[in-house]
Write a new protein. Structure first.
Length: 416
């Protein structure tokens, strides 16, 4: 039987019941105890962590620590919000908080999902989408790609917008280059690999790294070149090319054109957007933080969910300012999204028109053209919390910590 840590509000009682069910308990901690999760040396001697899910207990630090130690998280959820939070972190199906010890023991005895080796971990495709009305999709895509390139990580930036491609103009690149359309053609022929992607992309130096940009089509009439199959195949090849592929997609999700088309497999104007959303590991949904922008987002969010299914969606409210929403603009946006769409986690990007204008004038990302802009730390925080959590420094003397961790019930356990 697996060695298990219990971290709930009734840890001692649950640990005793699990022991009677044949589970080896190496620690029983309070759910809100500071040692539970990321800072707990017991992780080095455990195979699983039975964790009461909450905003303070399930964090990126806890998940990262468990991943490094090879510890499986078994979530116990008391509310619907806890279930959504568990799903957002990609945990196994959540158990009700009042599950009995035998049910939990059966889950612990089942085989955990397969873990990929470090050198075979699939890179991420991140699609940036937003409703109509220019909420700042392209600007956020550029800044997110620039932020992810820190630490010399390989990052690709793809313009898959078939209505109004803008990345080449924003970054001062020629729009006559091969770009993403050429990548799609090569992917259809099976000739697209990392070397070819290096050849047709343009490297944009950023901070201590660079972003490889695949510019979009230079005329909107070329949209048939970005078909569903081509875009899907090209983004799949990008996984072998870079660690992160940030895709700038158009807003429209309409599929009504299929009704009026006589060709079953004919070209679709929005096929590139739909393919980019389906191929993504994570969606960044951008809305303008004003009454009109929030209303447009709420109308389109249901359709987005119908397209992407269970793919995690991180919601970003862009250009936050009090002028259009009055007092407590942040709180108003957050309460509205939670009430009408069930969205509890929202990241905010402040409005800095001067910094963004300076970046457009210089054809550079905001982080390069205006380092003191308030946009930069907000995007950095979003990237660290929702996209690519920064690794936690390794703990010292793991062998000594394992010896200390071999206890039945931790001294810090809370009373039932």
């Amino acid at each position: 039987m697996r060695a298990v840590i219990v971290a709930t509000s009734h840890s001692r009682a649950l640990a005793a019941e699990l022991e009677r069910a044949g589970v080896e308990i190496v620690g029983a901690l309070g759910a809100d105890h500071p040692a539970a999760g990321a800072a707990d040396p017991l992780l080095d001697s455990a195979d699983a962590l039975v964790l009461e899910i909450g905003a303070r207990t399930l964090t990126v630090e806890v998940v990262a620590a468990c991943d490094r130690a090879g510890v499986r998280i078994v979530p116990l959820c008391a509310t619907e919000a806890a279930v959504r939070l568990s799903a957002a972190f990609g945990l196994a199906p959540a158990l009700p908080f009042d599950s009995d010890a035998w049910t939990i023991a059966q889950v612990l005895a089942s085989a955990p999902p397969p873990v990929l080796e470090a050198d075979t971990v699939r890179s991420q495709v991140i699609t940036v989408w937003g409703p109509a009305g220019a909420p700042g999709r392209s600007t956020l895509a550029v800044e997110l790609a620039a932020e992810l390139s820190r630490g010399r990580r390989r990052v690709g930036l793809v313009d898959a917008d078939t209505h109004a491609p803008a990345l080449a103009l924003m970054l001062g690149l020629t729009d006559e280059g091969p770009g993403f359309a050429a990548a799609c053609r090569q992917a259809e022929r099976g000739a697209l690999d990392a070397a070819e992607l290096d050849r047709i992309s343009t490297a944009v130096p950023v901070a201590d790294g660079a972003v490889a940009v695949l510019s979009g089509i230079n005329r909107p009439s070329r949209w048939p070149e970005l078909s569903d199959g081509r875009v899907t195949a090209a983004l799949q090849r990008c996984r072998d090319w870079v660690e992160f592929t940030v895709v700038d997609a158009a807003s429209s999700l309409e599929r009504d054109e299929e009704i009026v088309s006589d060709l079953a497999d004919g070209p679709r104007r929005n096929a590139a957007t739909l393919a980019a959303l389906r191929a993504a590991d994570r969606i960044v949904a951008v809305l303008a933080a004003d009454p009109v922008g929030v209303a447009r987002f709420l109308r389109a969010y249901g359709e987005l969910r119908a397209v992407v299914g269970n793919t995690p969606v991180a919601v970003v409210a862009n250009r936050l300012r009090p002028g259009t929403l009055g007092i407590d603009a942040r709180g108003q946006v957050q309460r509205t999204l939670e009430r009408f769409a069930g969205i509890s986690d929202v990241w905010f990007i402040p409005n800095d028109a001067r910094g963004v204008d300076k970046a457009l004038l210089a054809s550079r990302p905001v982080v390069e053209a205006s380092p003191r802009s308030s946009v930069t730390p907000a995007v950095r925080r979003f990237a660290a919390e929702a996209v690519a959590p920064a690794p936690t420094p390794p703990r010292s003397s793991p062998r000594r910590l394992r010896r200390r961790a071999r206890v039945r019930v931790a001294e810090s356990a809370v009373a039932p």
